[in-house]
Design a protein around this ligand. Structure first.
Ligand code: VGL
Ligand code: ZN
Length: 193
């Protein structure tokens, strides 16, 4: 991957509940992305690129969770161990939290109220625009949800968008969700590397 001052590496949801084998919504192989992502963070920083992080950050009760009508086990509840970024992850940039008001926060750029369908934007785009970012590299967890949502939004917002597959892993609720997700991302105009 090539980085420069006009590029941002977006590290998606590398949090204990996804990336630790003891996490509540363990993504198979999630722990394997941590060293890969750290290496990319180093490479990005040495080239003067921006690094930004997203963090799934849910209230204890939200229609995002199965117990409240959604589809997910309880995960990434704000201020709990599961919501913390993985302890081995290098943090060298702003962290954008999503889902904080009980929305589905699949994209780092937008959150969506699961009941009304209303969408709102997060701080991520303004952080990138303020730095004159034109290209984004998306990596992290999970391929079929937050990586997909973030990459599609980035491409639609006009950023030249690359997904770094070495640093992603999928939930795969249904077999093949990972491939279908990457196909959607490709169709939105992003490059898969
Ligand atoms: C995510 C499922 C539920 C993700 C977040 O970060 O991909 N997946 N919430
Ligand atoms: Zn979530």
């Amino acid at each position: 991957m090539d980085y420069d001052a006009g590029t941002a590496l977006i590290v998606v949801d590398v949090q204990n509940d996804f990336a630790d084998p003891k996490g509540n919504l363990r993504v198979p192989g999630g722990e394997e992305v941590v060293p890969v992502v750290n290496r990319e963070i180093d490479r990005a920083l040495s080239a003067g690129a921006l690094v930004a992080y997203t963090q799934d950050w849910h209230p204890p009760d939200t229609p995002h969770f199965e117990k409240d009508g959604g589809i997910w086990p309880v995960h990434c509840v704000k201020e709990t161990w599961g919501a913390e970024l993985h302890p081995d992850l290098k943090v060298a940039g702003e962290i954008v939290r999503k889902g904080t008001q009980g929305e589905d926060g699949y994209s780092g750029f937008t959150v969506r109220d699961p009941e009304s369908g209303n969408e709102e934007i997060t701080r991520l785009e303004s952080i990138l625009r303020a730095r004159g970012i034109e290209k984004v590299v998306v990596t992290g967890l999970a391929t079929d949800y937050c990586v997909k949502g973030t990459a599609i939004d980035a491409a639609q917002k006009g950023f030249s968008t690359v997904v770094l597959t070495e640093g992603i892993r999928a939930v795969n609720r249904e077999p093949g969700d990972d491939e279908r997700a990457l196909e959607e991302v490709r169709r939105a105009g992003a490059v898969i590397e």
